[in-house]
Design a protein around this ligand. Structure first.
Ligand SMILES: *Cc1c(COP(=O)(O)O)cnc(C)c1O
Length: 435
């Protein structure tokens, strides 16, 4: 299938090109030229995550050079399961997306993109630098996914002092072909720097660049797989469509769920749960779309005031009235996040990190309003990633998953970078990483 830009000016490209280019040359985001309709029957016999992923994604890969690789890419990227567990209350479930190597949902999209780009690489291609801006978890997932892959280098930009200590450690501990830069600015500043570099033709001649942010179609498409898998399994077992409540920042994860529903899979209502960055909640309560500067919250991976993927949401729903009917958004302040972390073990039967807590607060508000649907809240990261926030509130330690524990024992190395485009260009042109 061909891909087009949300701004419709850039020429259509193949899927493989869209994955390689990252951002479209007109500044828009790549989207598939259409969302193919899938019927439940097409998934007959598909029970594992890699099987569902392959069936779901086949039409997007049709006639692309990557088509013969799709099965192997799905097997590799979806080797780690995404279990759904019942929460304490009736009709409440939790989709756990944190069993991957860096303990956040971004591992799936990052691994899929890395395996896709590695499959596309020719032996004499120049080294490709993957440039990512991160509010914490993207950088680790992307760094980990490309770590040690020949022909690839990763440059991670993260906001200095605005990620959790463990997140910062993960970013700096990979080493090898992965370099972490602590930018003196916010996540939005990091994102603006990355966007500018990715559109800078002169720079890209000297340093071939691609993105792996949630703006990359190569992360968005695979994220659809776990929603399709959870929705299919839930509908098979419970004979009801589940709704999803999704902790949301830049809208990459939730958009994947929106696309799955638009393709005809059994997904009910979708609720975007944000922190005190209220841009989406304000829009869905009827105000004009007003992106703004981000504010720092306990759920730092969602500290986004100008969600990039909003542009793709308006591609799925071009009419504002349709879009407003298609989704709801709930914003949750730090007090409510903190209180939820404290009571999640007794009320819901789980230890929740600050991002997952936003979804649980939104779930409780729905129940309080009398809603009786089946809801799957999404756990986007393992609570052990945010130990400094979680542990004081539950008065005990959280067990660290083995992959994360391994990374945390390695030494870290982080390079400070001013919030300045010239400084970024210089850093990117330095060949190799000083030891
Ligand atoms: C990235 C992230 C989010 C937000 O996901 P978006 O795709 O940016 O909306 C939520 N929770 C955690 C733990 C994350 O790392």
């Amino acid at each position: 299938m061909k891909c087009i830009s949300t701004r419709n000016i850039a020429a259509e490209v193949t899927l493989a090109d869209a994955l390689t280019l990252g951002l479209a040359p007109d500044g828009g985001l790549y989207v598939p030229e259409r969302l193919p309709q899938r019927s439940l029957g097409e998934f007959h016999g598909d029970h594992s995550l890699p099987q569902v992923a392959r069936t779901l994604l086949t039409p997007f890969f049709a006639s692309d050079v990557l088509a013969p690789e799709l099965e192997a890419i799905c097997e590799a990227a979806f080797a780690v399961e995404t279990p759904v567990h019942a929460l304490a209350g009736p009709k409440n479930w939790l989709l756990e997306l944190f069993h991957g190597p860096t303990a956040a949902f971004k591992d799936y999209g990052a691994a899929f993109l890395a395996h896709s780009l590695a499959a596309l690489r020719q032996p004499d291609d120049p080294e490709l630098t993957i440039l990512v801006a991160t509010s914490g978890d993207t950088g680790a997932a992307v760094g980990r996914a490309f770590h040690g892959l020949p022909g690839f280098r990763v440059a991670i930009l993260f906001p200095h002092g605005r990620v959790s200590p463990r997140q910062a450690h993960q970013l700096g501990a990979l080493g090898g072909n992965v370099t972490a830069y602590a930018v003196d600015g916010s996540f939005d500043d990091c994102q603006a720097l990355a966007k500018r570099a990715l559109q800078d033709r002169a720079l890209k001649k000297r340093v071939p660049l691609s993105s792996a942010n949630s703006i990359s179609l190569g992360r968005l498409l695979p994220q659809m797989a776990y929603y399709a898998h959870a929705a299919l399994e839930h509908t098979r077992q419970h004979h009801h469509m589940p709704g999803f409540i999704i902790p949301t920042g830049n809208l990459g994860n939730a958009l994947a769920c929106v696309m799955v529903r638009a393709m005809g899979l059994p997904v009910g209502d979708i609720v975007l749960a944000t922190n005190a960055n209220r841009t989406l909640a304000d829009y869905f309560s009827g105000n004009n779309y007003a992106p703004r500067a981000s504010i720092a919250t306990l759920a730092n991976a969602m500290d986004v005031g100008a969600p990039s993927n909003f542009e793709r949401l308006t591609w799925v729903y071009p009419e504002a009235s349709d879009l407003r009917n298609a989704l709801r958004a709930e914003w949750v302040d730090d007090d409510a996040i903190g209180a939820m972390i404290t009571r999640a073990p007794s009320t819901h039967g789980i230890v929740a990190g600050p991002h997952t807590a936003c979804a649980l607060v939104a779930l409780e508000r729905l129940r309080q309003a009398g809603n009786q649907d089946d809801w799957i809240a999404v756990a986007t990261a393992h609570p052990a990633k945010f130990d400094s926030i979680v542990e004081p509130r539950i008065h005990r330690s959280v067990e660290v998953p083995p992959a994360l524990a391994e990374l945390l024992t390695r030494p870290k190395r982080v390079i400070p970078l001013p919030n300045d485009y010239g400084a970024l260009c210089l850093a990117l042109q330095q060949r190799g990483v000083p030891a």
